[in-house]
Design a binder for this molecule. Sequence first.
Ligand SMILES: [Zn+2]
Length: 385
Amino acid sequence: MSSVFDDLVGQEHIIDILQSAAAASRNGAETQEMTHAWLFTGPPGSGRSSAAVAFAQALICSKNGCGACSDCKAAKTGGHPDVEIIRTEGLSIKIEEIRELLTRVAWAPSLSSWRVVVMEDADRLTESAANALLKAIEEPGTRTVWLLCAPTLHDVLPTIRSRCRHLQLRTPSVAGVTQVLINRDHISPEMAQFAAKISQGHIGRARFLATNETARSNRKLIMQLPMMLGSLASALEAARTLVDLATAEANAASETRDLHEIEKLHEAYGKGATGRGMATGGSKAVKELEKEQKSRATRMVRDSIDGALLNLATFYRDVMLVQSGSVEALINSDLSAEIEKHAHYTRADSSAKKVEAIMRARAQLTMNTAPLASIEALMCRLAQP
Ligand SMILES: [Zn+2]
């Protein structure tokens, strides 16, 4: 029998826990298995929000998360009255948003035994927002279940994480991701394997690469950067290239979505239908949407730069492998000639330091520093022999 947990790759260890918690919660009582605050952590792309959404479905479905009934379907798209999925477009979740959320979810569940809130980016809660949420989580006797997601335990306030049951997702294997791309997304086996391998267990990124030719050619361009690094000027140029490519890729993805959202909003306020202007409140709503879209665009550019940096890191990781005499397990096997050449004329002990420098630059990106400046500093570091 199929279930909402089928799409979770390599997470068998937590699926058992979630299934028995959902089954135990059938009678609506709080049991040892079932608690009302959960924290899903796992590396980017491991599918922590997919796991949380699947659990939400299992909690409100009369068949423990069949994936086929109307409750399951509505819950997945955020259209179920008892399931709320909070996706953050901006860089942080503010206290006003949490207060608004708390008034929305204060009601008893309408159709099921639980009201479920999935918060995909609990790591983006500001401190005051987290404290407001904490009060709600601590409240006894409530019918609300909180499913929080974050990259690691350290990304969530200790007071919050100590009240949650913690589930740690694993990075799915390359073979597991390949299989999902073939079965679910109907991608050819060769392409699926290539994309899964260079995405290192990040399912979303693998799917994006496998289905997007521009993304694949951008990756190739990024991977040529280590070869052109030498002078200061070349390092600055490489930084500019990386940021420009990543920005263009992110903007292409958000522009179509932005336009579609604005059109729908115009429709909702009756623009076009009567040939006159929009109904009252229309232009204010458009302005608010545009503000949200701008903040989402910033985040998408950052994610895209992060993806480019991750690619670069796999390049130096491969160089390191070759320098230590192993060539079989290259991630970027399509670039083996370039990698071997680079391994030949750079120092073995510096490759590991370059990978570290890239990881530090990734961490800096999540703080509010200007991306170009930190990428420039990184490229200067990578230009050293
Ligand atoms: Zn169902």
